[in-house]
Design a protein around this ligand. Structure first.
Ligand SMILES: [Zn+2]
Ligand SMILES: [Zn+2]
Length: 101
């Protein structure tokens, strides 16, 4: 297998060129089939670039949803911390109203 970039000879099982590190063997991120060219998978038709972008997008939505969850958690904690204060305050108000009546 000759490197298409620098024409250096490489073994057939070589995934990257030994001299210039160009990709010689592309591995499909979806079905794990290997082929000599990039672009789309010969086996399952997945577009490598699109698939990669999709994975990145998925990772980003996962991270942002986790961030939202932690904000939600913080809000719940705030409620729990404030509960004795707000609850105690309304109890005092209730007692004051009762003693006034
Ligand atoms: Zn090369
Ligand atoms: Zn594939």
């Amino acid at each position: 297998m000759e490197c298409p970039k620098c024409k250096a000879p490489n073994g057939d099982a070589e995934q990257f060129c030994r001299r210039c590190h160009a990709t010689l063997l592309f591995k499909c991120p979806s079905c794990a089939a290997t082929q000599r060219h990039g672009g789309t998978c010969d086996k399952c038709g997945v577009d490598f670039a699109k698939y990669g972008a999709m994975l990145v997008a998925q990772e980003q939505t996962r991270v942002s949803s986790e961030r939202e969850k932690s904000v939600e958690k913080a809000a719940i904690w705030k409620q729990i911390i404030l509960l004795p204060i707000t609850g105690g305050y309304s109890l005092i108000r209730f007692l004051l109203n009762r003693s006034r009546a």
